[in-house]
Design a protein around this ligand. Structure first.
Ligand code: CDP
Ligand code: MG
Length: 694
């Protein structure tokens, strides 16, 4: 592309609005750093079938199904599965793997001897895809087609096709190692390589072998993916791969000519450039890293778009990320009128899990938010990292689903050359604590498990150590799970939280801890609205506890539980109704599990006791104030500040704190903190050593 692409034409200057002016200046800044063109087709695939927009009224479901690339491969897939127990299927995102293959299997009679289970790495995908398939089969969710995600089950006895997150299937396997409920398991999105999926690969392989041996009916396994190392998977599953030719159109790819530090700004400028230069029916998909970034950019775009059009908007912004309510997530599938451009700001959720029709332009910021585990200090850190080359191509490919497209990359060609080829499997970069415990609950020692890629030994060692400290396992020549550990795996939570729940009754504050853990499971309770920040702060102030964020959250949850008009109450208090409702559901389920475990549901208003109880579960997350105002964490010696969102931010700094997580942006922050004291550390968790001096 030549430099004029980004130059704002003189005619575009528009009125004297200051906002318009500033965006114009931003464009000029980029005009001096034009974007390079890179020749390329995302895949060398024929351009045969006309774009099919499902949502068009004229298109029937059947026509849509026939138009999908997997339709022509139906017989081949069924034949392969008849001849083999395991089949690998690889094809482009949007070819119909997730929505069609389960239906093929249903029609071929596979649901007669058990359910057809399809795992998804994300809850959003599990839910949206289940709804879609239910709709295609002309039924309601929970009948023939259902889904189960953590804390939510929409299935019934009649359910034959069941979408579930890989985490849910993994937990089921603890109770039913041979997965006897299922006749087929489709492990979808295998390229995502979540830890749970990696464990399931080993578990289904083992279940297949055992079921064959015990003559309990074959378990068929289908592994599907958009991009997958077929050789690697093929060797592991001892089977061949099936490559289905997809249907995509050429995508022109642009890189920035110069490096830009502020990618959000680059994205904004690029978007308005597209908006000025391409037809309105070319929808735009923007890849960003997370909720806050997405919401703030969405707001900026809405403001700018409004001014541009003097009244009616010609650009509608949608957001798509995991924490969004289901209703909101589904909004972006609905087409906008032909003269209104749809702009979707999404996380990597839109990379392969979800296909939105109508996208002709992609803007890729080049980053993804990833949880990574630091083996040196044993802590999980959430941070933005560079995507891999494979991810960059996946993102670009989203522009070529319906017709020719363009992908704008907010990074240079040279920057991309330095990206890793493929994303590292999560198992190699995440905290293995939960995994080790789950496997031990299956009586599997990690050292003997058939991993597709074995996790790092150093990480495993620290996981065993940490679980031993929690009392969940006993390590030795042979490690085994303790009765406490067995109780811990009953909760679908990180072992730290499970431990907290399991010890809460002995501190007399089970009810409070149930509420706290539930509200911690639900993110973004406080609504911040930049237009009304002061009002929101005022509303939030009444829940504030001087002890810190955990007690503040508890105050919010308690007040929410008492209100009779939750919707209005949340609105008036700038709180997120969806998050709090979710927390209430979580609480109900955690309470059920606690009752099953015969834990006393006692309650106390002794705040000191409550904080001691939290300390008992979170002893690995202690930090100590230093002279320079920074905190040093006890595990790992991380230097960090209290997160700006904390009620303890910027005020008096307690000497000792507990935190829920480490967040790394340009700086390192401790999020959700509570004040504790050195005396309590000595009293409650005397085994915690190496406490930094002040
Ligand atoms: O799994 P794969 O990426 O191969 O495709 P899919 O998820 O089965 O989607 C096939 C097609 O169905 C997509 O191209 C979308 O057009 C459509 N679809 C939809 O309109 N709404 C959904 N919730 C899911 C899929
Ligand atoms: Mg899919």
């Amino acid at each position: 592309m030549d430099s004029k692409y980004f130059a704002t034409s003189k005619n575009d200057a528009g009125g004297p609005s200051p906002v318009k002016f500033s965006i114009k200046r931003k464009h000029d800044a980029i005009a001096n750093s034009p974007i390079l063109e890179k020749k390329t087709h995302v895949a060398q695939i024929k351009q045969t079938i006309a774009p099919i927009l499902l949502t068009s009224k004229r298109t029937t479901i059947e026509q849509h199904q026939r138009s999908l690339p997997v339709f022509n491969c139906r017989q081949r897939i069924l034949k392969e599965l008849e001849l083999n127990d395991t089949v690998l299927i690889m094809s482009e995102t949007g070819s119909g793997k997730t929505t069609q293959i389960p239906q093929f299997l249903l029609q071929a009679g596979y649901a007669k001897s058990g359910m057809i289970g399809i795992t998804q790495p994300r809850r959003v995908a599990a839910i949206t895809v289940a709804r879609r398939v239910a709709q295609e089969l002309n039924g309601n969710i929970g009948d023939t087609v259902g889904y189960t995600v953590r804390f939510e089950d929409a299935t019934s006895k009649a359910t034959k096709i069941r979408f579930l997150t890989d985490g849910v299937l993994l937990r089921e396997s603890i109770k039913d190692r041979l997965l006897l409920k299922y006749s087929v398991i489709i492990l979808d999105e295998a390229h995502e390589r979540t830890v749970n999926a990696d464990l399931l690969f080993g578990i289904v392989k083992d279940a297949q072998k055992e079921r064959r041996k015990q003559k309990l009916g074959n378990l068929k396994v289908v592994v599907t993916s958009a991009t997958m190392d077929i050789d690697h998977f093929g060797k592991y599953f001892s089977c061949k791969g099936l490559y289905l030719e997809g249907r995509t159109y050429p995508v022109r790819v642009m890189h920035t000519k110069e490096e830009h530090e502020d990618y959000v700004h680059t994205v904004l400028v690029t978007l308005f450039h597209i908006h000025r230069t391409t037809p309105r029916n070319h929808d735009v998909l923007v890849f960003l890293t997370g909720q806050e970034e997405i919401e703030s950019l969405a707001q900026q775009i809405r403001q700018l778009a409004k001014i541009d059009t003097t009244g009616t908007t010609d650009l509608r912004v949608f957001t798509l990320y995991a924490q969004l309510s289901q209703g909101k997530q589904l909004e972006c599938f609905v087409p906008t009128p032909a003269n209104v451009r749809k702009v979707i700001l999404a996380t990597n959720i839109a990379e392969t899990s979800i296909t939105i029709p109508g996208i002709r332009c992609v803007i890729d910021c080049g980053f993804v938010k990833e949880k990574s585990f630091n083996t040196a200090n044993g802590l999980d850190v959430l941070k933005s990292v560079r995507i891999s080359k494979a991810q960059a191509w996946q993102r670009a490919g989203r522009a070529g689903r319906d017709a020719d497209g363009t992908c704008y990359r907010a990074y240079t060609k040279a920057e991309m050359d330095s990206f890793a080829d493929a994303t590292q499997p999560e198992i190699l970069r995440s905290n293995p604590t939960s995994m080790v415990l789950q496997l031990l609950a299956l009586d599997i020692d990690c050292n003997n498990f058939d991993f597709l890629d074995p996790p790092l030994e150093e990480g495993l060692r620290s996981a065993y150590k940490s679980l031993d400290a929690l009392g969940a396992i006993k390590t030795g020549t042979v490690s085994y799970i303790t009765p406490l550990g067995r109780q811990m795996v009953q909760y679908p939570l990180d072992p730290k939280y499970s431990k907290l729940l399991l010890t809460a009754s002995s501190f007399g504050c089970m009810e409070e801890i149930l509420s706290l853990v539930s509200v911690l499971s639900s993110d973004h309770v406080f609504v911040s609205n930049s237009d009304k920040n002061e009002m929101a702060a005022l509303a939030h102030a009444k829940f504030q506890s001087k002890h810190g964020d955990h007690l503040t959250l508890l105050n919010v949850f308690n007040a929410f539980s008492k209100t009779e008009k939750p919707k209005m109450w949340c609105h008036d208090n700038y709180l997120n109704l969806r998050s709090l409702t979710y927390a209430r559901n979580v609480r109900r389920q955690l309470t059920e599990i606690s009752e099953r475990l015969h834990l006393a549901l006692n309650s106390s208003d002794d705040i000191e006791m409550l904080k001691k109880c939290i300390l008992n579960g979170f002893f690995e997350n202690i930090a100590v104030l230093q002279r320079d105002g920074f905190y040093i964490t006890v595990s790992g010696n991380i230097r960090a500040k209290i997160h700006p969102s904390s009620v303890l931010h910027g005020k008096y700094k307690p000497s000792y704190i507990l935190f829920t997580e480490v967040v790394q942006t340009e700086q390192t922050f401790l999020r959700q903190v509570t004040e504790i004291s050195i005396e309590w550390i000595k009293e409650i968790v005397p085994f915690v050593k190496n406490i930094p001096t002040r």
